[in-house]
Design a protein around this ligand. Structure first.
Ligand code: MLT
Ligand code: MN
Ligand code: ZN
Length: 298
């Protein structure tokens, strides 16, 4: 399978329209530092079929930016768009509305995520006059996998964190999941976890067996959102394990055998500056920071 990182930023992107923090100002001055909302395109070997994980507000720009995702020669329209969702957050789902020109949308998500999108965001009633939507379950790993474009896909439950617009909805540990991708042809596995609230046993086991792991890189340290005044909560309190410090993900990822890349970077994260010393710390641990437009073959 082939993975293409379409975007690598947390909600708001880098720069964020209403922010002039060093990260946002730096990205305005140096356009190569810009990051769009995190999303991954997955291609299965030998086929022209592909699917997406998460559809943020940049999604149609992503599809237009990469020739492989444009309608092929001889086909006037992209016939079907398949999207897997890690959660129901707006920064991962607003793009579904931007895909309204699609003939057919196939959406794979866990039960609480589907319910939030259908009942709270009224996606069915808003989108059905434009496109045919088919909802699919994203089953837990270990169950009969759903197959999208020749790849086995499943969910690794991560946390009960609900989007702010559904804060009063019923708790369920599949509100946020990692998507597990397994290519039966090559035998390779990837995990995509842009929002990791806790290092669960399930996640640790899946990550230990993966060839490539994308992990929540929202904040560098736990205090960052409080210190910089964007939230009254810590990084952990916001549902994002920090990278550094005790309980941070860097020390744990460094133990894994596979390739590890951070994604979903917030504009406050010092890593959005390519010259920040924190890059050296991660390189010393053998960890990478994903960039928009990276291609990884597994
Ligand atoms: C998150 O990643 O925590 C959410 O996207 C934040 C939000 O947009 O409320
Ligand atoms: Mn987010
Ligand atoms: Zn900013």
């Amino acid at each position: 399978m082939l993975l293409l990182t379409l975007g690598t930023a947390a909600g708001g992107g880098v720069p964020q329209w209403n922010c002039a923090c060093p990260g946002c100002s730096g990205a305005r001055a140096h356009p190569d530092r810009r990051r769009s909302h995190d999303s991954l395109a997955v291609f299965s070997g030998g086929q022209s079929s592909w699917f997406l994980i998460n559809a943020g507000p940049d999604i149609t720009d992503h599809l237009e930016a990469h020739a492989e995702l444009r309608p092929g020669a001889g086909s006037e329209r992209t016939p079907v768009v398949r999207i897997l969702l890690t959660d129901a957050e707006l920064d991962h789902t607003l793009g579904l509305l931007r895909l309204r020109e699609a003939h057919r949308l196939e959406i794979f998500a866990t039960a609480p995520v589907r319910q939030a999108l259908r009942e709270r965001l009224a996606l069915d009633s808003v989108l059905t006059p434009y496109a045919t939507i088919t909802w699919h379950d994203l089953p837990p790993s270990g169950q009969t996998p759903t197959v999208a474009a020749g790849i086995e896909v499943s969910a690794v439950p991560l946390s009960t964190k609900r989007p702010r617009y559904a804060a009063d909805a019923v708790e369920d540990d599949t509100w946020v999941v990692a998507v597990r991708l397994h290519d039966p042809t090559t035998g390779t596995t990837a995990l995509y976890a842009p929002a990791l609230a806790a290092w669960t046993e399930d996640f640790a086991n899946e990550a230990a067996g993966a060839d490539c792991v994308f992990v929540d890189g929202t904040f560098w340290d736990d205090d960052e959102p409080k210190r910089l005044g964007i939230s009254a909560r810590t990084s952990t309190g916001m549902g994002h394990l920090p990278i550094d410090g005790p309980g941070g993900t860097a020390g744990r990822l460094a133990q894994l055998p596979g390739r590890c890349l951070y994604t979903h970077l917030n504009n406050t994260n010092p890593l959005v500056d390519p010259f920040a010393p924190q890059h050296g710390v991660l390189a010393g641990l053998g960890l990478e920071v994903a960039q928009d437009g990276m291609v990884i073959e597994l």
